[in-house]
Design a binder for this molecule. Structure first.
Ligand code: KIV
Length: 271
């Protein structure tokens, strides 16, 4: 008999069961091994290797510059840490749009080289052929509608999307199309709570919101935002659970002082 406790891995089917039984799904971003270990052990169901790594990890203003190779590096680091969570990896800008074969190749590289569990891509009708082609290889796909940061130069701002009826109607049509194409879940970013609730109730697949209110099937946040590592970014939807920016600054300042005064290392901290 194994001495290891059996770990029930989170699969796309588990997420479906959670929705059916009315239990909410928790999802957070992860980009590296150490943080992913903590998040997985804490019990979060889905880890998203988001292309927000472009902002948070690399300091770019948008998500557009991050490459497929860089996403695979982050994803492989996260996968090595994870025992239980479902790991979903963003297909980066330029790796899937307008070319279904290219989309399939990008998704296969993520699954093969990072050993990820699923991919996510942004858009509706425009990318539905790519979604279908990726699914032919047995790769689970998560959709992403509403504010889709890879289209920031089209939108012009990071404001709430789909406040107008025409855009809300298109979002509802796109959500249905993605479900029919075979997506196992959908992220809705920064859209009115009422619209998000309607979409969640109209679909069988789980809808995970970020800035999309409480009537959806789960929530996702960027981990660095909810832990307060980033501190300038203050959207209304963000709840900060820690202020790590302050705690880390204080700890580092204490360390500098201890080094300068000779307090560190003390006798017990040397050989
Ligand atoms: O890249 C990301 O972090 C995301 C979430 C905001 C959903 O796509």
């Amino acid at each position: 008999m194994s001495i290891h406790k059996e770990i029930k891995k989170v699969t796309t089917h588990v997420l479906q069961e959670l929705k059916q039984s009315g239990q909410k799904i928790s999802m957070l971003t992860a980009y590296d091994y150490s943080m992913a270990r903590i998040l997985d052990a804490a019990g979060v169901e889905v880890l998203l290797v988001g292309d927000s790594a472009s902002n948070v990890m690399a300091g770019h203003e948008t998500t557009l510059p991050i490459t497929l190779d860089q996403m695979i590096y982050h994803a492989a680091s996260v996968i090595r840490a994870v025992e239980r969570a479902l790991v979903v990896v963003d297909l980066p800008f330029g790796s899937y749009q307008g070319n279904t074969k290219g989309a399939l190749n990008s998704a296969i590289r993520i699954m093969k080289e990072a050993e990820a569990h699923a991919v996510k891509l942004e858009g509706g009708e425009e990318v539905v052929d790519s979604v279908k082609r990726i699914l032919t290889a047995g790769i689970p796909v998560m959709g992403h509608l509403g504010l889709t940061p890879q289209s920031i130069y089209k939108f012009g701002t990071y404001e709430v999307r789909a406040k107008e009826q025409a855009e809300a109607d298109k979002l509802k049509r796109d959500a249905k199309l993605l479900e029919e194409a075979g997506c196992f879940a959908l992220v809705l970013e920064k859209v009115p709570a009422k619209l998000a609730g309607e979409v969640a109730r109209s679909l069988q697949i789980p809808v995970i919101g970020i800035g999309a209110g409480s009537e959806v099937d789960g929530q996702v946040l960027v981990t660095h935002d909810m832990l307060g590592i980033t501190h300038e970014f203050k959207p209304r939807f963000l709840r900060r659970y820690l202020n790590l920016h302050e705690s880390i600054t204080a700890a580092v300042q204490q360390y500098i002082q201890d080094v300068k005064t000779g307090d560190f290392p003390n006798e017990k901290e040397q050989y």
